[in-house]
Design a protein around this ligand. Structure first.
Ligand code: C2E
Ligand code: CA
Ligand code: CA
Ligand code: CA
Length: 278
């Protein structure tokens, strides 16, 4: 039994070594990928709940890995955060996304471009100042940018969060609270910060129109948001029943596979020209 246990142990050990080897390889590849331009922005439409018109796009990072093909954020964002590489990724994605999407805004095809920022980025006291500076060097007007932050960050340093959010809002940048409904979901924070948009997390939307208690919860969140003058975007809308419920409950905007999946910039541009031409 002892010997068997030992063998199992060394097998486990070998697996651990292989895993840490894979991570080291991926880490080296990620460091190379960012300056090589392999991290690219994809786009998913955000639609107006009443008219179903595409009013904006969310920018979602993809890694075009030379051997492994297209990688989703789950495969590299957590590692990039650990390694301190997420800021470089967010900056590269932001710049590339602005270059592609600014013309869509100036041509009147869409009103808003939503970018994700890691809670790690926001720990830098200079984050908002630098972002405003970088934004000024793009062709995207400040009022067309939405910055999506998660409440994890709000809770970690409310004073710093407030400074960033107020600085961005003063420039006309929209600040959106992402993944609402997954964590502490602090409605109080919304009253005291200039946050204009809340994105209801997919985990809430999944059961909407199916589980009466979730439907009631979402309806009351929509009601509270309206009272606070906050716009609500529902994420992860996959079925017509969800869209119908959300529209009738007063949701402002929707996003999800029911409307469109994230897509490369060229496809997004064709779709906008086909559907949204003024
Ligand atoms: P998120 O900001 O909550 O983005 C929404 C995620 O839900 C995206 O996953 C999107 O593809 C997916 N999604 C949209 N509609 C549906 C739907 O109807 N059903 C389902 N099942 N999923 C849907 P994605 O692209 O894999 O991104 C995952 C997360 O990675 C994002 O969550 C965001 O937190 C992070 N992320 C993406 N791009 C960036 C980036 O450039 N910088 C940073 N810091 N984080 C990013
Ligand atoms: Ca987001
Ligand atoms: Ca989200
Ligand atoms: Ca998220």
């Amino acid at each position: 039994a002892k010997a068997g246990g030992g063998r199992r142990w060394s097998l486990f050990d070998a697996e651990l070594r292989a895993e840490s080897e894979r991570r080291r390889t991926l880490e080296a590849e990620l460091r190379r990928a960012i300056p090589a331009g392999e991290i690219e922005p994809w786009f998913q439409p955000i639609v107006d709940a009443m008219t179903s018109r595409m009013v904006g796009v969310e920018v979602l990072a993809r890694w075009r890995h030379p051997e492994q093909g297209l990688l989703s954020p789950a495969a590299f964002v957590p590692m990039a955060e650990e390694l301190g590489l997420i800021r470089a990724i967010d900056e590269a994605v932001f710049e590339a996304a602005c270059a592609r999407a600014a013309p869509w805004v100036s041509e009147g095809l869409i009103d808003v471009v939503a970018c994700n920022v890691s809670p790690r980025d926001l720990l830098d006291p200079g984050f908002s100042r630098k972002l405003i500076g970088r934004l000024a060097r793009t062709a995207l007007p400040a009022t067309a940018l939405s910055v999506e932050i998660t409440e994890t960050f709000l809770l970690s340093d409310l004073g710093l969060a407030r400074r960033h959010i107020e600085r961005l809002a003063a420039k006309g940048v929209n600040v959106a609270l992402d993944d609402f409904g997954t964590g502490y979901s602090n409605l109080r924070a919304l009253m005291h910060l200039p946050i204009q948009t809340v994105k209801l997390d997919r985990s809430l939307i999944d059961d909407v129109g199916r589980d009466p208690r979730v439907s009631k919860l979402v309806a009351s969140l929509l009601h509270a948001a309206r009272a606070l003058g906050v716009r609500i975007t529902a994420e992860g809308v996959e079925h017509e029943a969800q869209a119908l419920f959300l529209r009738s409950a007063g949701c402002d905007r929707m996003q999800g596979y029911y409307f469109a999946r994230p897509m490369p910039a060229d496809d997004m541009e064709s779709l906008l020209r086909e559907m949204n031409a003024p």
